[in-house]
Design a protein around this ligand. Structure first.
Ligand SMILES: Cc1cc2nc3c(=O)[nH]c(=O)nc-3n(C[C@H](O)[C@H](O)[C@H](O)COP(=O)(O)OP(=O)(O)OC[C@H]3O[C@@H](n4cnc5c(N)ncnc54)[C@H](O)[C@@H]3O)c2cc1C
Length: 466
């Protein structure tokens, strides 16, 4: 139980100070775990963006507003606790260094997620028209990094590479009608692009077979319920080896996936305006074109016994003019913070950051995708962050810190000296209200402001426009 009840309360000045870098699910679940513990702490949560919630705001698909309701849980720590501050628009590595945080806090939790993504690495990949799904997702979610970006959805054919939920999100949004996109929170200019969506055929390409696909059944099922697109699957591509059949029978997720795919492969087409072709055991091996994409060459694959994939030498060409590769988000090193380049994560043991010789860096911790890589759903970050906070609290007791040494205003002075235009929680709430009001004016859940200057401006406005 928290000490705020009948147990003596630690004076504010003597509380251990914790910096959480990253206001995504893992950072905010870590804050909740800290608040639920029997130690009074004061917490500052930094994010390089003026808005909190990480990929809940900038990854979860805009047509999945139900999933975004997790925000109600994540925001509680700021709404209910004075000793938790949000400091947005503060970039670790640029505005504050590791040494600054070590100086101002007793413990640091890195919860910075992933900043980059893997590419296909095939000839022609650099041509305009070939993009990473992260670029596309950031754009339709209104991430300020994509403020200058635009996509032409001229079609008529597009390929989406990948066999996970991000590939499903991207293909589903491309398949949806303008009215369906208008019911989401995408920025106005993104909605405008979707109004001019001329795509008719979306080819989803999975390198392996249907039994190896990483889709989750709930997300996969939505593809079959699209009002604007038929699903086309060649039943021959769903054939499984006897071993695969056994594997599928033993795995609930795979069983459901295969059953959905087989049902759709038999379903008569309804002549809907768009078509989603789900292809398996196909890899793009070369992108065609001089100054932009003209097509993509696919090779048929076979799966070897050790699970590896081998090309069969049978090729076909798809006449696509855009290709989106959803083959994995990937973390990048944070300045001065240990990083494992093989796994693209911050090395750790139970959330304690490890240095090169494998020993823990005192007072430094990691949570979420920066800790375990880009796997799992939002909820997975809850237990993950709880483990990290358990380690941190054990160490706090062991380290017997001189916790009165840090002044809570020190980091603010540092930011002000450096001219950093940081945003506090009240600033974010003004921005949040502004976006929600813009949405109400158009009968939409919200309309996101997609660029930094307008986000900063509306976080300062005391009277958001009605
Ligand atoms: C496209 C996509 C769709 C998804 N859809 C779903 C879904 O529908 N349902 C579901 O359950 N899960 C979904 N997920 C997974 C879910 O989003 C992740 O599990 C979760 O967001 C990971 O949390 P995190 O806090 O580790 O990282 P993030 O959410 O990425 O948060 C990291 C935060 O750190 C900040 N940051 C990064 N670098 C710095 C820096 N240098 N200084 C300061 N701040 C920094 C970022 O701005 C960000 O706010 C989806 C993921 C993706 C990629």
């Amino acid at each position: 139980m928290n000490q705020r009840g009948d147990v003596a309360i630690t004076p504010e000045a003597n509380r251990p100070r914790v910096a959480v870098v990253g206001a995504g699910p893992s950072g905010l679940y870590a804050v909740r775990s800290l608040l639920e513990a029997e130690v009074e702490v004061s917490v500052d949560v930094f994010d390089r963006l003026p808005a909190p919630y990480g990929l809940v705001r900038y990854g979860v698909a805009p047509d999945n507003q139900k999933m975004k309701s997790v925000i109600r849980v994540l925001r509680n720590s700021f709404d209910e606790h004075n000793d938790v501050r949000f400091l947005g628009n503060v970039s670790f590595g640029d505005d504050l260094t590791r040494a600054d945080l070590q100086d101002c806090y007793d413990a640091i939790i890195y919860a910075t997620g992933t900043q980059g993504e893997r590419g296909l690495g095939i000839p022609g990949d650099e041509l305009p028209g070939s993009y990473g799904a992260k670029e596309f997702v950031s754009w339709y979610c209104g991430h300020p990094d994509a403020a200058e970006r635009d996509f032409l959805l001229h079609g008529p054919q597009v390929a989406v590479v990948g066999a996970g939920n991000v590939a499903l999100d991207v293909a589903r949004l491309l398949a949806k009608s303008t009215d369906e996109i208008a019911a989401t929170d995408v920025p106005d200019r993104v909605l405008e692009t979707f109004r001019n969506n001329r795509i008719t055929d979306i080819h989803m390409l999975s390198r392996r077979g249907p039994a190896q696909a990483k889709f989750t059944p709930i997300e996969l099922r939505e593809m079959g319920e699209l009002i604007n697109a038929d699903i086309i699957i060649d039943p021959a591509e769903l054939e499984l080896t006897p071993d695969e059949e056994k594997q599928v029978a033993a795995d609930r997720r795979q069983r459901k996936n295969i059953s959905l795919l087989r049902e759709w492969a038999q379903r008569p087409l309804e002549g809907k305006p768009r078509r989603v072709h789900m292809r398996f055991r196909r890899s793009p091996v070369r992108i065609l074109g001089e100054s932009e994409i003209d097509g993509v060459v696919l090779e048929r694959n076979t799966l070897l016994e050790d699970g590896k994939v081998r090309g069969t030498g049978e090729f076909e060409t798809l006449d696509v003019h855009m290709m989106l590769a959803a083959v994995g988000y990937q973390a990048q090193p944070l300045p001065d913070v240990p990083f494992d380049h093989n796994t693209s994560t911050i090395p750790h043991k139970a959330g304690r950051v490890l240095n090169e010789d494998g020993s823990p860096e005192p007072g430094e911790y990691v949570a979420g995708w920066a800790k375990r890589g880009p796997t799992g759903v939002i909820g997975t970050n809850k237990n993950d962050a709880a483990e990290t906070v358990r380690s941190l609290l054990e160490d706090l007791v062991e380290r017997d810190l001189d916790t009165g040494r840090h002044d809570r205003k020190r980091v603010i002075r540092l930011l002000e000296q450096r001219g950093v235009d940081y945003i506090d929680w009240a600033g974010w709430l003004r921005l949040d209200t502004h976006e929600t009001r813009l949405g109400q004016q158009q009968s939409r859940p919200r309309v996101k402001l997609p660029d930094l200057p307008s986000m900063l401006q509306s976080s300062r406005d005391s009277e958001p426009p009605r």
